[in-house]
Design a protein around this ligand. Structure first.
Ligand SMILES: Nc1ncnc2c1ncn2[C@@H]1O[C@H](COP(=O)(O)OP(=O)(O)OP(=O)(O)O)[C@@H](O)[C@H]1O
Length: 264
C-alpha cells in the first residue's frame, strides 16, 4: 500500500478579483520526494506557494499536511505563515529576504526561533534553562551553516555575502525551523553555473537527510537533474505531471513553453 502523501492538495483555487490565478489544482508530494513545479511566467507558481504558506487564503480547495509516518493530517488552509512553519513546512522566497544588517549566524538563529520554548521572561531573567537553550540554538545553527558551506562566514553580515551564498543562507534559515517539507522558490535564480551546480548538490544532500522538497525553478537542467516528479502549470491549471523523461517529450508542455525563454 502506498503511504499517505505528506502534502495533499486538492481543488486549490485562488481568485484575485476577476483573475483566476489558480484553477482547481491537485498535487501531492510523498515522503522523500523532490518535486518540481514548472510553467511559463505568470502560470501561478508563486501564488501556489503563497497559498500553501499562509500568505494568501485560497478561494477554494484543501491543503493537507501529514508528517512522515503519521496518518494524522492537518489542514493548512487559513493558517498564518508562522503557524504553517510550526507544522513542518518551510520556504524560501524568489526575492531573497534576509536580515541584511544581521550576521549570517543570527539569520539562521532567527529561523530556529519558532521551535524554541524560552519566553520573554526567560530572556529577561536569563536563567539556566534559557542559557542552555541559547547554547543549543547556536550549536545547531553552526551545524546547519556547515551543511550549506557557510560556517566560515558565520560572523559576516548577511549583506556582504555573494549572491549564491545569500541564497544558500536562506535555505539554512528555512532548515533551522526543522521542516519535513521544504519549499524553494526559484533557488537558482541569478546564480552562475558553478553556484547552480553547488546548489544541485546541496538540494540532493538535504533530500538525503530526510527532507522532502517542492521547488519552483526555471533552470530546466537543474529541474531535470533533481526531480523525481514534475508538475507543469499554465494559466493556473495543471497541464502535465510525470517523471522528467515524460515531461521532456510531453507535447502540451512543449506547446506551453513555445516562445518562452527556456534555459535548456
Ligand atoms: N496579489 C495579486 N493580485 C492580483 N493578481 C495577482 C496577484 N498575485 C499574482 N497575481 C496574478 O496571478 C497570476 C499568476 O502569477 P504568479 O506570480 O503566481 O505566476 P508565476 O508562475 O509565479 O510567475 P513567474 O514565473 O513569473 O514568477 C498572474 O496573472 C498575476 O498577475
Amino acid at each position: 500500500m502506498m503511504a499517505t502523501p505528506i502534502l495533499q492538495i486538492s481543488g486549490l483555487t485562488m481568485d484575485f478579483g476577476g483573475i483566476r490565478a489558480l484553477n482547481r489544482l491537485d498535487l501531492e508530494v510523498h515522503a522523500g520526494e523532490i518535486v518540481a513545479l514548472i510553467g511559463p511566467n505568470g502560470a501561478g507558481k508563486t501564488t501556489f506557494f503563497n497559498c500553501l504558506t499562509g500568505i494568501y487564503t485560497p478561494t477554494a480547495g484543501e491543503i493537507l499536511l501529514t508528517p512522515p509516518g503519521s496518518t494524522k493530517n492537518v489542514s493548512l488552509k487559513g493558517l498564518k505563515p508562522n503557524h504553517v512553519t510550526e507544522k513542518g513546512l518551510a520556504r524560501t522566497f524568489q526575492n531573497i529576504r534576509l536580515f541584511s544588517q544581521m550576521t549570517v549566524l543570527e539569520n539562521v538563529m532567527i529561523g530556529r526561533h519558532c521551535r524554541t520554548k524560552a519566553f520573554i521572561l526567560g530572556a529577561i531573567l536569563r536563567n539556566a534553562a534559557t542559557r542552555r537553550e541559547e547554547r543549543q540554538i547556536v550549536e545547531m545553527s553552526y551545524a546547519i551553516l556547515d551543511k550549506v558551506g557557510l560556517a566560515h562566514l558565520a560572523n559576516e553580515f548577511a549583506r556582504n555575502l555573494p549572491y549564491g551564498a545569500q541564497r544558500r543562507l536562506e535555505i539554512a534559515r528555512a532548515l533551522a525551523t526543522e521542516p519535513f517539507l521544504l519549499l524553494l522558490d526559484e533557488p537558482a535564480a541569478g546564480m552562475n553555473p558553478q553556484e547552480t551546480q553547488e546548489l544541485d548538490r546541496l538540494i540532493k544532500e538535504i533530500s538525503t537527510d530526510g527532507h522532502s522538497i517542492l521547488l519552483i525553478e526555471h533552470d530546466m537542467k537543474l529541474v531535470m537533474s533533481l526531480s523525481d516528479r514534475i508538475f507543469v502549470m499554465d494559466y493556473g491549471k495543471k497541464i502535465a505531471q510525470g517523471k522528467p523523461s515524460e515531461i521532456r517529450s510531453n507535447p502540451a508542455v512543449i506547446k506551453a513553453y513555445l516562445g518562452e525563454d527556456v534555459d535548456a
